[in-house]
Structures are given as structure tokens and as C-alpha cells.
Ligand binder design. Structure first.
Ligand code: MG
Length: 397
């Protein structure tokens, strides 16, 4: 198994960002993570990379406050130029890693590098260095704009065929021994591929996603922030939870018939410890179930005198509040079936929907109530009781 390590030179000052600190320490992540932390996290998604070395200036005052995964080591190997920093870090690696170790050098300012691109780069370098140990591969973006050369006054003087042009990015991947000898005596190269080619090695370009751009000016940072926030929102958008609720209550004389928070004229009413609103109870259980927050009997025990004759609207509101405390849930919709032979419920459906929506702070259009008789079958058909089924869909934003 080949050793594969990554080096992030992070000793630069990034003066083009016009900021109070080097650009790798500016926040770009959705939770305020620094660019360096986001870039390291992107590389850490690649399982084959066994160690990530962050090379900083020995006097760096910012690095100590950052959080990295366990595979990351911070080395005080920063030099005056990028090549010097990489060189110092390779020297530190040499005693611990074999000469054929693959080294990926990656810009700290490319936080959006894609895991799949890095995996393809590693695969291509493994096959390239089998034949050409002194060579390697780099990620590069195709050029989609028309490219022309200008004179000093900005006048277009030459059309350049863009079909074979690439914009060289990072990571750049080489064997440890080849990169070490290529960089020796070349302290001013701006990227590793220039040094390797100058030393006679062959370098292949591997297509990279355009998201792997380098954060250089303030507008780049704004774009990186937007992309990172949008991708996090995209992940969250998929958080859906469904809940199921069920309840039944006996029909007795001398009680009001309360369903969906609405008192409906009838000769019988629902019996229970609280106001016995089976529809609100089923919806309460569906909401609690969707968020895995227990059930109505645990939250509001029917032997607790505090809930004797309780308004089920208060219980539903309280349960919904508890669910929201566990996460930023919203209700997508509620659907329900009420099985009752009598009274006729269709004339009261809109009032029930409006009341349920009011209790939960949602729109009536998000609430459905569907009455059913039971064709005189079973206890509902004999008018001994009422049954309710409810489902709810919760969405986390
Ligand atoms: Mg009940």
C-alpha cells in the first residue's frame, strides 16, 4: 500500500485580500470556519490521504485557534517562498516516509476542491509514476473564455487557440523523491509542476471542477462563502421526517363533542381525562413521533390531575414547542382521517382545519381533515366511539 500525504503551504500573507490577516484565516465556512479549516476538511474527505501537513510560519499567531481532524499535523516549516515552504516540509517528511510516497501539494486558498477530483488525480499519478517516476499529475480547469494576448496598452494583438489551454490548479501530485530533487535549487517557482518540468519530469493535467478556484481577491471569498452555504443548505433540505398518530375515545352522554378544537352540536360527547379531542391527540402524537420525542401519554399522563379537563389545544401547542426545541423543524403538512358514524362532520371540516392551523401557527391549506362513517360496522358504526388517524411531515431548514 503506497503512502499518500498532502501538504498545504499556509505561510503566505495574501496581500491582495486587503484584510487584517492572511487570507487562509478569513472566515468562509457557513459556521464561520476559516478558509484553511474548510480546505483541510475538503482534503480529509479523501480516505487514501493518510496525513495532511499544514505548513505555517514559525511565528504564526492564528493557527493555534483552528480546529482540524486527527489526521492533520501543523508544522512550523513555512519559508519565504512557496517553494521554500514545500521544500522544508518535504525535508521533515523524508525520515518518516519512503521515497515513493505520493505527495499532494494543495493551495490553502482552494477550499472547494472536490473529493472525486482528488481521487482521480491520485489514481492518475499512481499510473503515471509507474512509468515515469520523475513525473506526476496536476488538477487543471479547461479555459472556456476566448483568449487573446494584449500589448502594454491593452490592445488585442493576438488570438490564442484555447483548445489546448488549461488553468493549472492544485493539488499537484508527485513522488516524494522526485519533488524533493525538482525543488532543490529552484526556490522561486510558483508551482510544483514548473519545477518538475524544469527538472525534466513529465506532468499530465487532470480535469478539475471549476469550483476548485483560488480565493485571491475579496469577490472570490464572497463566492466561496455563497457556494459553501448553498451546499450546506442543500444537504439540510433533504431532512424530512414523517409521523403517524392514532387515537380513539368512547362516546357518552353528558359531554360536549369536541373535535379538532371545535365544539360540534351532538347528543353524545367524547369521554376522557382531558377534553377528549381525539383529532388533536392523534396530531400531537404524529408530531411527537416524527421528531422521535415520545408520545402524548408520556408528556401529559392521564393520571396527572394537572391535565384533568385539559384543553387539548394547549397540549398540542406544548408538544409542538418541545419538538421545535430539538431542531429547527417546520410542518410541511398534516393529513387525518376521522372515523365517526355520527354526527355529520363535513360541514365542520373547514372550522377544524382553521383551528388546528391556528394552534400550530401554520396555514389551513397545510391541514387536511377527512371524515368517514364506518358503514355502521364496528364500534364506530354502532356509535360507541370515534377513531382518528393522522400523519404529519416535518421539514428541517
Ligand atoms: Mg386521546
Amino acid at each position: 500500500m503506497r503512502s499518500i500525504v498532502a501538504i498545504l503551504p499556509a505561510a503566505g500573507v495574501g496581500s491582495r485580500m486587503l484584510a487584517d490577516r492572511p487570507k487562509q484565516y478569513l472566515a468562509v465556512g457557513p459556521a464561520g470556519e476559516s478558509m484553511l479549516e474548510v480546505t483541510v476538511a475538503s482534503l480529509a474527505r479523501v480516505a487514501q490521504i493518510e496525513r495532511i501537513l499544514v505548513a505555517v510560519s514559525p511565528e504564526d499567531p492564528f493557527i493555534g485557534a483552528l480546529h482540524f481532524p486527527a489526521r492533520v499535523s501543523v508544522l512550523p516549516t513555512g519559508g519565504a517562498t512557496r517553494a521554500e515552504t514545500v521544500n522544508n516540509t518535504l525535508a521533515a517528511l523524508k525520515s518518516a516516509y519512503p521515497a515513493d510516497t505520493l505527495v499532494l501539494v494543495h493551495d490553502a486558498a482552494r477550499p472547494l476542491v472536490a473529493k472525486e477530483d482528488v481521487e482521480r488525480l491520485i489514481e492518475a499519478t499512481l499510473s503515471m509514476t509507474a512509468d515515469h517516476p520523475s513525473g506526476g499529475c496536476v488538477l487543471a480547469m479547461p479555459v472556456s473564455d476566448t483568449v487573446k494576448r494584449t500589448n502594454a496598452e491593452g490592445e488585442l494583438i493576438e488570438d490564442i487557440d484555447r483548445t489546448r489551454l488549461v488553468r493549472v490548479a492544485t493539488p499537484q501530485c508527485f513522488r516524494l523523491d522526485a519533488l524533493t530533487s525538482a525543488l532543490a535549487g529552484r526556490p522561486n517557482v510558483t508551482d510544483e509542476s514548473s519545477a518538475v518540468r524544469a527538472a525534466g519530469g513529465r506532468v499530465r493535467s487532470i480535469p478539475s471542477s471549476p469550483m476548485n478556484f483560488k480565493v485571491t481577491v475579496p469577490q472570490d471569498r464572497t463566492l466561496a462563502r455563497l457556494l459553501l452555504t448553498a451546499s450546506e443548505l442543500g444537504e439540510k433540505r433533504m431532512q424530512l421526517r414523517i409521523g403517524l398518530g392514532y387515537d380513539s375515545h368512547r362516546l357518552v352522554e353528558g359531554r360536549p363533542f369536541i373535535l379538532g378544537g371545535v365544539t360540534i352540536p351532538h347528543t353524545l360527547g367524547l369521554a376522557g381525562h382531558s377534553d377528549a379531542d381525539a383529532l388533536l391527540h392523534a396530531i400531537t402524537d404524529a408530531i411527537l413521533g416524527a421528531a422521535n420525542c415520545g408520545n402524548i401519554g408520556i408528556l401529559f399522563p392521564d393520571n396527572d390531575p394537572a391535565f384533568k379537563g385539559a384543553d387539548s389545544a394547549v397540549l398540542l401547542k406544548e408538544a409542538w414547542m418541545r419538538v421545535r426545541e430539538t431542531g429547527n423543524w417546520t410542518i410541511s403538512n398534516i393529513d387525518s382521517v376521522v372515523v365517526a358514524q355520527k354526527p355529520k362532520l363535513n360541514p365542520h371540516v373547514d372550522a377544524m382545519r382553521a383551528r388546528i392551523a391556528e394552534i400550530l401557527g401554520i396555514e389551513a391549506s397545510q391541514v387536511s381533515v377527512k371524515p368517514k362513517t364506518n358503514e355502521k360496522l364496528g364500534y364506530e358504526g354502532r356509535e360507541e366511539g370515534v377513531t382518528v388517524h393522522a400523519t404529519v411531515l416535518l421539514v428541517k431548514n
